[in-house]
Design a binder for this molecule. Structure first.
Ligand code: HEM
Length: 141
């Protein structure tokens, strides 16, 4: 459960990030594909070399979806309902992969925010990204 303080920290932190959607998204996906190469199997139709047009465009879409989630933290299930359908029914992404991508986003935030990504902010993001992952995976049941 996200506390009022968590929500505030997430909003403040995401304000610094959302204007760099493409760069942040591309870096998170780059980390995902290098660190957890099995995730590449979902993107056979993509050019996965660093900074490719497809990865940048996709990274931007993912970050914009997270921006939408930040704006709707009290109503995540509804806000992410279509994305949940897409990942469960169409793409059939194994839910373990959501945790891997969350991990990569955390590292990108830590690298770029430095000291501002303190343990409290880290903990708040961990909860938030887990909540997003739970919603994206809930249609598998
Ligand atoms: C597509 C968001 C996790 C695989 C998408 C799209 C968004 C999105 C916004 C585009 C939907 C559209 O075009 O209508 C997210 C978010 C995630 C997440 C917010 C978690 C934080 C994952 C993971 C995988 C994955 C972990 C697999 C490792 C895909 C694939 C597509 C897709 C294969 C379709 C790409 C294409 O053909 O254009 N996702 N995603 N997603 N996602 Fe995710």
């Amino acid at each position: 459960m996200l506390t009022a303080d968590d929500k505030k920290m997430i909003q403040q932190t995401w304000d610094k990030v959302s204007g760099h959607a493409e760069a942040v998204g591309e870096e998170a996906l780059w980390r995902l594909f290098i660190t957890y190469p099995q995730t590449k199997t979902y993107f056979p139709h993509f050019d996965l070399t660093r900074g490719s047009e497809q990865v940048r465009t996709h990274g931007k879409k993912v970050v914009n979806a997270l921006t939408n989630a930040v704006k709707n933290m009290d109503n995540l299930s509804q806000a992410l309902s279509e994305l949940s359908n897409l990942h469960a029914y169409n793409l059939r992404v194994d839910p373990v992969n959501f945790k891997l991508l969350s991990q990569c986003f955390q590292v990108v935030l830590a690298v770029h925010l430095g000291k501002d990504y303190n343990p409290e902010v880290h903990a708040a993001f961990d909860k938030f990204l887990s909540a997003v992952a739970a919603v994206l995976a809930e249609k598998y049941r």
